[in-house]
Every structure is written in C-alpha cells, then in structure tokens.
Design a protein around this ligand. Sequence first.
Ligand SMILES: C=C1C[C@]23C[C@@]1(O)CC[C@H]2[C@@]12CC[C@H](O)[C@@](C)(C(=O)O1)[C@H]2[C@@H]3C(=O)O
Ligand SMILES: O=C(O)CCC(=O)C(=O)O
Ligand SMILES: [Fe+2]
Length: 336
Amino acid sequence: MVVLSQPINLDNIAQIKTCMPASNIFTVIPVVDLADPNAKHLIVEACKELGFFKVINHGVSMELLTKLEAEAVKFFKSPQQEKEKSGPPNPFGYGNKKIGINGDVGWVEYLLFCTNPEVISQNANAVVPGISETLRCLVKEYVCAVRNMACEVLEMIADELGMGDREVLSRLIRDEKSDSCFRLNRYPPCPDQLQALSGRNLIGFGEHTDPQIISVVRSNNTSGLQICLRDGTWVSVPPDHTSFFFNVGDSLQVMTNGRFRSVKHRVLANSLKSRVSMIYFGGPPLSEKITPLSSVMEEGEESGYKEFTWSEYKKSAYKTRLGDYRLGLFEKSAAQ
Ligand SMILES: C=C1C[C@]23C[C@@]1(O)CC[C@H]2[C@@]12CC[C@H](O)[C@@](C)(C(=O)O1)[C@H]2[C@@H]3C(=O)O
Ligand SMILES: O=C(O)CCC(=O)C(=O)O
Ligand SMILES: [Fe+2]
C-alpha cells in the first residue's frame, strides 16, 4: 500500500490532476501478430502513425509473466519501512510518488532496475538492495525474454525500412554495454475522496515520452494507460495482460529522422483496482551516436537533429521534468 507520509495537501493534488478531460473512446490500437508474414509492414505503419502498437503471439511464457507479477505484488505489499530499504531511487531502487529528481509526483510506487550487466558488476549503486532473490531472478529472466522479443521487432523494422543490415537497431540493445533499464510500477487504487477532492482524474504517471529506443509495457488487467494522438487527443489503451505494448522512444524517432513518432503517454489512477505494470526500456550504449541512419534517408535529405551521443541525451533528459519536450534542445532550427 502507498502510505501518505503527511496529511493530503490540496496544492499537491492540484499539481497532479489532469489538465484536459480524457477521451473515453477506445480508439483502435494496432495489433500485430508476430507470426503474421505482414507483421513488419504493420509495425512500421504503427510506428509512423502512432508510435505505439500491441503485440500478440509473442512467445513469452505466460507463466513467467504471472510469476513476476505475483512476486512484484508481494514486494509492494510488504511494510513501508521494508520497501524504503530498497530506496531511494538513485536512480535505481524503490520510489514512492516522487518520479525523477526534478519535482514530478504521481500516484505510484515503483522499483527501477539497471539491466546492464557491465554496470551492475562495477557499480554497487546499480544493484537494488533489499529485494528477494526470487524477484531478482525473475526480473533477469523476464528482461532476457522481453529483450529477445524487442530485438525481433527491431529486426523486422530494419527489414521493412530496407536498412540492409537487419541487426543495425537490435544490436544496440543486445550490446553488453546497452544502457537499458526495467521498471515495476504499482498504481494503488485511488480513494474516492481523493478523486472527488481533485475533481478530476488523478495522475498515476504524468505525460512524457520515453528517451530510449523502444519500450515494452506489460500490465495486469487494469486500465489507466493512455496515449496521445497527433491531434492532441488522449485515448485509453484497453488493458490486456496477455500481450505487450510497444512504444517508440525519442532515440528511435531521431534514428529515423522523424519518420517514427516517439509517443506521448501517461497513466491515470484507477479508482477501483491497483494497476501493476512492468516496462523494459531498450537503450543504446552510452557512447552511441544518436543520429539518423543513412539507410533511411532520401538522397539529399538532411538530419533534423544536432549530433549527440546517448550519454549526452540522457544527461540532458534527466535534468528535465517528465512533461518537458526533451528533444527540443537537439532539433536543428529551421534557419540552420
Ligand atoms: C522526471 C524524470 C523521470 C525520468 C527522468 C526524468 O528526469 C525525465 C525522464 C523520465 C523517464 C521516463 C521513462 C522511464 O520511466 C525513465 C526511467 C527514463 O529513462 O526516463 C524515467 C526517468 C526516471 O523515472 O528516473
Ligand atoms: O505503467 C505504465 O503502464 C507506463 C509507465 C511509463 O510510461 C513509464 O514508466 O515510463
Ligand atoms: Fe513511459
């Protein structure tokens, strides 16, 4: 349970309430069957139009998903003082309501893990303390399975875009030095009184884009996740605990010179049920240059972005608030 350490402060609630009423229409989210021969075409179309799609027939064992979810719930149900022993997130570890270090808050508690074996072996800060060995092993197994699936999807993208080398994207997240991470989120049910006090939906996780290449989300059967369409409308993603949802991150938007869309998304608190989600963020090695791939560029086409490495982008991103437009600093202005 998330413990409110202080009496509820209405100013704080004002900060985390939604600014725009959410659309109740369940817009159709593209569904990709990984076994379908047309899958790569559908994936690329979805990355261009929405930056978001659902994957079925993925081959990841349902038993693994169920076990990891149960072990995560067990951790989140433990006493608050116990959970705090795994925090604060620095940036890895247990966090409660505070997201990042720049003042963002949400109706959420979470565990953030580094998934880079090299960093884990060299930096004690990258290992989350105070979690069970079972949870640690399940996270490792899950990340390995989901990374393989994400690589398959990135290889389909490379094929469809005619990149020649079909591993040009997947290699980045398979790399020993890949700066990827994994997050377990628990959004507690939001008490009716709190919902009523705020007058609108409380935010579980504020609107943002993910900075990495690709993110893979899996949740229990509780609604809350929303994506933002090109016209600014927010649409709810119908939950499906058997499937994975992929979203394009900022780095992939840059590597395709803006052909793919890094999708803005957020999570609204659910008044009745708690939502448990697990997200793998596939990122490149720190030294990797994030720049449009020559194979996607038309003759004479110029990059819309300044040159930067993932390390430079990450450093800059972590100085921003969730909702900030992080790529703005790296875009070439029209005059340049
Ligand atoms: C407010 C922040 C949290 C975040 C780092 C940041 O300064 C801006 C990006 C945020 C984000 C969003 C996607 C992932 O959940 C995350 C782990 C990431 O890489 O960028 C979070 C960061 C975080 O929670 O520390
Ligand atoms: O919990 C979710 O479904 C999504 C959370 C999210 O977008 C994130 O952690 O970056
Ligand atoms: Fe996200």
